[in-house]
Unconditional design. Structure first.
Length: 142
């Protein structure tokens, strides 16, 4: 298990996020997918600590496993990434103006997110036995 250390915290916060194309249009072709693989990490440069670990595509949605530091809200990261990626795609792919001719959008307004981590039983066991077992500190000689 890899953790991230900062001046005031140690964390491992991974999230599974899903974005859906507006109206579930099946427009994520290989060209758009490779473009998103290049652009999304560049957009993260304005949000230090945010990292896309894995990204996968279907024809009408994408899945990402991301690390987001505790000082940033998930909603803030999702909103900024979705709006900036939509803007970049519309500038680079003019055919999107014909697909979404009424609106200047690409993604549906919402998103799905869930945390990725250690299973519930492991966490419960850790919390229950906290402080009960000697970690070897009593044997230290000062």
């Amino acid at each position: 298990m890899q953790v991230t250390k900062t001046g005031h915290s140690v964390y491992r916060l991974q999230y599974h996020a899903v974005w859906v194309c507006k109206y579930r249009r099946r427009i994520l072709n290989p060209g758009l997918c490779s473009y998103l693989r290049r652009v999304l990490p560049k957009l993260l440069q304005s949000m230090p600590g945010v990292l896309i670990e894995t990204i996968g595509f279907d024809h009408d949605h994408l899945h990402m496993v991301m690390t987001i530091p505790p000082r940033l809200s998930i909603a803030e990261v999702m909103g900024q990434l979705k709006s900036q990626s939509s803007s970049c795609m519309r500038k680079s792919f003019t055919f999107l103006d014909k697909v979404y001719w009424k609106e200047k959008v690409f993604w549906s307004p919402g998103y799905f997110v869930s945390s990725v981590g250690i299973d519930e039983q492991t966490i419960k066991r850790y919390v229950e036995y906290q402080g009960r077992q000697d970690s070897g500190q009593l044997r230290l000689k000062l």
